[in-house]
Design a protein around this ligand. Structure first.
Ligand code: MN
Length: 264
């Protein structure tokens, strides 16, 4: 009996099976992990209070979810249903609490904007999730910035072309660690404040959201099958605005550590 047929038949004695498995690994026969010619880094975020990491699957973002911001962007918040877009998962830029992350001013734009947002991170998902059940799928929350090349977003929108270049570029999603609900709470109210160089630029309350996190999950799950690892940027309050190199941005949401980045 050769080693391959031993593997197929179970091999008999444990020692023989071990030999067959070792041979299988060497030839690729028993190795279930597909080999690839290069490595691609997994995207993960630290979990606060844990040595585990949160694997990021997709980044969803909701547009115009605070009435005053919808108005400043030129739409009527009373009539518009929620809409979503995505960033690539490797657009996350993790910044540890108590540190200031260097955030690169991106190419192609002359009008680079901050949008401070609460981020919900999912531990499970599904389709057609009821609003009442939605928060069961939330693993935790983080503070995030939905950085935006506003000139490119507007330019593409005016031409009825896709927005990706304005929203879905490298490093466009600075974010802090995920705080598990088990350690904190669901964030449905509380101050959300962004300062630039110490001056308050955005200031609102999470309760001003048009669509709550639960409603966002319910709505998103009508269009996509949500899964563990998905994170949802829940929209920004009014008074978005531009930054330049050297600016220090501090994002604050009551109950979470500040997110700090410097534009470089
Ligand atoms: Mn946004």
């Amino acid at each position: 009996m050769d080693r391959r047929s031993m593997l197929k038949t179970g091999g008999g004695a444990l020692g023989a099976l071990g030999g067959a498995l070792a041979a299988g690994c060497a030839t690729g026969v028993a190795d279930s992990t597909p080999r690839s010619p290069f490595k691609v880094a997994a995207v993960t975020l630290p979990i606060a209070g844990s040595d585990e990491v949160f694997p990021v699957r997709r980044i969803y973002c909701i547009g115009r979810n605070y009435a005053a911001h919808a108005r400043e962007m030129g739409s009527d918040p009373t009539r518009e249903p929620p809409f979503f877009f995505q960033k690539p998962s490797d657009a996350v830029q993790f910044v540890a609490p108590g540190t200031v992350g260097d955030h690169p001013y991106p190419s192609l734009t002359k009008n680079y904007h901050y949008e401070l947002e609460l981020v919900a991170a999912l531990k499970s998902g599904g389709t057609r999730i009821a609003k009442e059940d939605a928060l069961q799928h939330v693993y935790g929350y983080a503070v995030g910035l939905d950085m935006t090349r506003r000139d490119l977003q507007r330019f593409m929108g005016d031409q009825k072309k896709p927005w990706e270049i304005g929203k879905s570029f490298d490093h466009s999603a600075p974010i802090g660690p995920i705080h598990p609900v088990a350690m904190t709470k669901h964030y449905t109210q509380g101050r959300i404040v962004l300062t630039v160089n110490g001056q308050i630029k955005q200031e609102a309350d999470l309760s001003y959201m048009i669509w709550s996190v639960a409603e966002q999950i319910a709505q998103l799950s009508e269009a996509f099958e949500l899964k563990a690892g998905d994170i949802i940027y829940s929209g920004t309050p009014e008074n978005v605005g531009p930054v330049v190199k050297g600016d220090l941005l501090v994002g604050h949401i009551d109950g979470l550590p500040d997110l700090q980045v410097r534009i470089v």
